[in-house]
Design a protein around this ligand. Structure first.
Ligand code: 9MR
Ligand code: ZN
Length: 538
């Protein structure tokens, strides 16, 4: 079979960079109109790069100059890409698709979605037993975490916290885009309504003393059944400090974002955040909640979560002890600006500290804002270096081709987007866009890891609802290539990192979705749309 030329399978905005990739030379590449079959462009710029992980040359054909909206393929020497569009709607479309998947993952209510056909009766709305006391507790609601039906605080907090960054990063996009949800809150944009579906569940997971429970799930993962058929007893697992801090951070941010829209909701969120902080202030690390036999989101330290909570509380309340906490603990958690920032993830949320502070100079104060900005820009420079060493312009290092590499790529994209917002530097925007292109098909497998997005996109995610119903939920980001995956699920291919992926619903180490994978993709898509909006109107 001819190799497929790799492109972003959804498409490219009219005025931004457009590149195709292949491991075969692209000297004869042309752009062909899908409807008329006519060659519409053959003046692309050629370059090539040796990719150290693939141990092969990757050829690049840049067609940025071509700006006519339409549907096209890149064709060269008998090889072809899939059809994709040139359209200013692509960012908004992926933002909507990926954000809407949260609604489709809702737990505790019946789903009847006219847009996608996704439907099931109410699920997991029975009372759960609190492990530590034996009490019954109402913890219905929230989103199913992933391909399993668990609901876990760490991914809930890191996902809602990231989505709420869009209040600063893409306010116009958030205000404008409708997600076609079953309910609306007066004056609230749809994205915040969806985030609040998760926040409501998070409120239920807080104990009276402010501590927050780690997760709710059955003791073991259920079979690949529909959610309403998962009827084993539900357990609420022990409180833990990383979870409590992540809760405090996300609630403090929610309070700040929602204050202008809904004062009462904001006060409720802030009160919950303050109760959580009060518990943390008198409690050392509790890192080993009882965990049953389901997903383990266990982390080595709660320092990064505490630092993020303090930063958000400082920004929301302006109370100086929170600022002092951030100043006193920054070095220990984040180090100096030369230390790499990680892509935001459930295990290490430290990058949310400079991100949150840099997005709000007025509330941060000069000193913290400068520190945050310096660190983010330095890190973005490092990511540019990283990208230049890879054929497909991805910011992943060899060691990042592990579980959830596609998430890691878009998380680096988020860091680059913030660096672009701070500096206005086009290279950072281009680099952020390259991470978006990577997960949507511009990669060594010519595979889009977002369900429903692109001709060669993931069709068989490890997702219980999808497997049991046969209905594909669109807008789910799969984990992506994982060099250790074959040892974990015995399905993923044993090969070099960039190729270690298979579209198989049993390959959970590469093909499961999760709420925390979608979050940076939603943020990045909205940011790209916001920049495009400002460029077209400006
Ligand atoms: O996304 C998680 C990944 O970072 C971990 O390496 C992996 C193994 O612990 O677990 C992933 O999270 C899974 C969770 O444990 C259970 N629900 C499904 C999650 C996505 O695969
Ligand atoms: Zn459910």
């Amino acid at each position: 079979m001819e190799e497929r030329i790799a492109v972003n399978q959804v498409g490219y905005a009219v005025h931004q960079s457009k590149r195709a990739f292949s491991r075969s030379p692209l000297a004869s590449a042309t752009l062909v109109d899908v409807k008329t079959k006519a060659v519409v462009f053959d003046q692309g710029e050629l370059s090539q790069r040796f990719d150290p992980l693939l141990q092969d040359t990757v050829f690049q054909w840049e067609f940025t100059k071509f700006k006519r909206p339409g549907e096209y393929k890149v064709v060269a020497d008998g090889a072809s890409s899939v059809a994709f569009r040139i359209s200013d709607g692509v960012y908004r479309e992926i933002f909507t698709l990926a954000a809407r998947s949260y609604y489709l993952q809702r737990c505790g209510e019946a789903i009847h979605d006219p847009v996608t056909g996704v439907a099931h009766p109410v699920c997991h709305n029975r009372l759960a037993t609190v492990l530590e006391t034996g009490d019954l507790r109402d913890v219905a609601g929230g989103w199913h975490d992933a391909g399993d039906y668990g609901r876990y605080m760490q991914t809930a907090g890191v996902s809602t916290g990231q989505l709420l960054l869009l209040a600063e990063m893409a306010p116009d996009t958030v205000a404008e885009v409708r997600l076609t949800l079953p309910e609306a809150r007066v004056r609230w944009p749809d994205l915040w309504t969806e985030v609040a579906y998760e926040l409501e569940w998070m409120f239920k997971m807080q104990r009276d003393d402010g501590a927050v429970y780690h997760k709710v799930n059955t003791d073991r993962f259920c079979a690949m059944v529909l959610p309403q058929e998962d009827t084993e007893p539900l357990w609420v697992y022990d409180v833990a400090t990383p979870d409590t801090a992540i809760f405090a951070a996300s609630m403090a941010r929610a309070a700040r974002v929602l204050r202008p829209l809904d004062q009462a909701y904001a006060e409720r969120a802030l009160a919950a955040a303050l109760r959580a902080w009060k518990f943390l202030a008198t409690t050392g690390p509790l890192l080993h909640p009882e965990n049953g036999h389901t997903g383990a989101y266990l982390t080595q330290s709660d320092r990064d979560e505490r630092l993020w909570a303090a930063a958000e509380l400082w920004l929301t309340t302006g109370d100086e002890p929170y600022r002092d906490y951030v100043e006193n603990n920054w070095q220990m958690v984040l180090g100096d600006p030369a230390k790499p920032l990680s892509g935001i993830n459930w295990e290490d949320v430290s990058t949310l500290v400079p991100v949150a502070l840099s997005l709000d100079p007025a509330r941060s104060g000069e000193a913290l804002w400068r520190r945050a900005q310096a660190h983010l820009l330095r890190n973005a420079e490092r990511l540019l270096q990283q990208i230049r060493q890879h054929g497909y312009e991805v910011a992943l290092e060899a060691s990042e081709y592990v579980w959830a590499s596609a998430k890691a790529a878009v998380a680096h994209g988020l860091n680059l987007a913030v660096a672009h917002r701070l500096s206005g530097r086009k290279e950072f925007l281009d680099a952020a866009l390259a991470q978006w292109n990577f997960v949507l098909g511009a990669n060594a497998l010519s595979q889009s890891w977002l369900t429903g997005a692109g001709e060669a996109s993931t069709r068989h995610p490890h997702n219980r609802y999808v497997v049991a119903s046969g209905i594909l939920i669109p807008g789910l980001l799969a984990g992506g290539p994982n060099a250790n995956g074959y040892r974990q699920d015995h399905r993923a291919p044993k090969t070099v990192g960039p190729l270690a992926y298979i579209d198989d619903d049993e390959a959970f180490s590469v093909n499961e979705n999760a709420i925390d994978y979608n979050a940076p993709l939603v943020v990045l898509s909205a940011y790209l749309n916001e920049v495009r909006l400002s460029q077209t109107s400006g």
